[in-house]
Design a protein around this ligand. Structure first.
Ligand SMILES: Cc1cc2nc3c(=O)[nH]c(=O)nc-3n(C[C@H](O)[C@H](O)[C@H](O)COP(=O)(O)OP(=O)(O)OC[C@H]3O[C@@H](n4cnc5c(N)ncnc54)[C@H](O)[C@@H]3O)c2cc1C
Length: 278
């Protein structure tokens, strides 16, 4: 298939072991041929540490790809955020995914930032336009939001505080994405909203993960996955069809780009890209 220039980006998480780091280098080499716009690295998710994030963004940057650091502010102080952002700046990192982060259980008050919008405002005040700031968007609503409207207002607050663009939580219902974008546009929010794409490679992992982050796996997909039992080849083949069709629809109906949650694996993302001609 002819390759197009439709922009894509990848997300990785910091590996916990030297073997994981080595494996991820190979994954990056395989994925780099698709010329991503940037590669982002999660921060503080799943028990990973800030130093792991910073090491990995630096390594990606040194490999010649543009790296974006996720940056969460839960429990942080202005001073700690200032110091960490200076560190990233010194490494030449110019793109951030600015997040509140997830509250550990039992987390009470503490920290000087309540919401991601506070972080975005702080970065703009302290660092001007030194960073391109991405924020998170939730087409199917953030699980802790009071209502879809309240969540849209929270998204608006991040854009008004100075976010340049957004990456969504993953979803399998394209209508939810297009509705979210329409609602954002109706509020005058014109930043690009890039769909986050989660390949489907395993049934139990996907269902567990989706329940935790509030992403909906439609009933028909759930039932098909359950029907495959332990037949991983069928799960992967089905997942490839479903996610490729989703990406095709998003691309043809106006999504500005696609951000792949790689889960530090290359096979599914490469297969989807191949089918899409990316
Ligand atoms: C693209 C993407 C990348 C992510 N990367 C990471 C990562 O690297 N590390 C990590 O730990 N987590 C990550 N997450 C998960 C994220 O940290 C969680 O979803 C977190 O619970 C919310 O972060 P946020 O930045 O969206 O928060 P916010 O935008 O602050 O929203 C959090 C909640 O507060 C509500 N809210 C916001 N402002 C207000 C207000 N003024 N008044 C009342 N309610 C308000 C919102 O509706 C929402 O329910 C990522 C999520 C996405 C979509």
């Amino acid at each position: 298939m002819t390759r197009t220039t439709f922009p894509i980006s990848y997300e990785f998480f910091p590996p916990k072991t030297p073997e994981g780091a080595e494996k991820l280098r190979a994954v990056r080499r395989q994925l780099a041929v698709r010329r991503p716009e940037f590669c982002s690295v999660t921060y503080g998710a799943g028990g990973s540490t800030q130093s792991g994030t910073f090491r990995l963004v630096q390594e990606i940057q040194q490999e010649g790809m543009s790296a974006a650091s996720h940056f969460s502010c839960v429990g942080a102080t202005r001073e700690s955020v200032r110091a960490e952002l200076r560190e990233l700046q010194a490494m030449g990192i110019a793109r951030l995914v600015a997040l509140r982060g997830d509250l550990p259980s039992g987390y009470g008050l503490g920290g000087e930032f309540q919401y991601a919008s506070d972080l975005v405002a702080f970065i703009r005040t302290e660092f001007g336009d030194a960073f391109h700031i991405e924020v998170a968007a939730y087409p199917e609503m953030h699980p802790q939001a009071r209502s879809p409207d309240a969540d849209l207002q929270a998204f608006a607050a991040k854009v008004q505080a100075g976010a340049d663009s957004a990456i969504t939580q993953y979803f399998y219902n394209a209508d939810a994405y297009f509705r979210f974008v329409d609602n954002a546009r109706a509020l005058g929010l014109d930043v690009p909203v890039v769909p986050g794409i989660m390949p489907i490679t395993s049934s139990t992992q996907l269902l567990r993960f989706s329940d935790a982050c509030g992403a909906e796996v439609p009933r028909w997909i759930r039932l098909r996955l359950q029907g495959f039992g332990d037949d991983t080849a069928s799960i992967k083949a089905f997942g490839l069809d479903v996610v490729t069709e989703l990406c095709e629809r998003l691309r043809s109906q106006g999504a500005p780009s696609l951000h792949f949650y790689t889960m530090n694996q290359s096979a599914a993302v490469l297969a989807i890209s191949e089918r899409l001609g990316l």
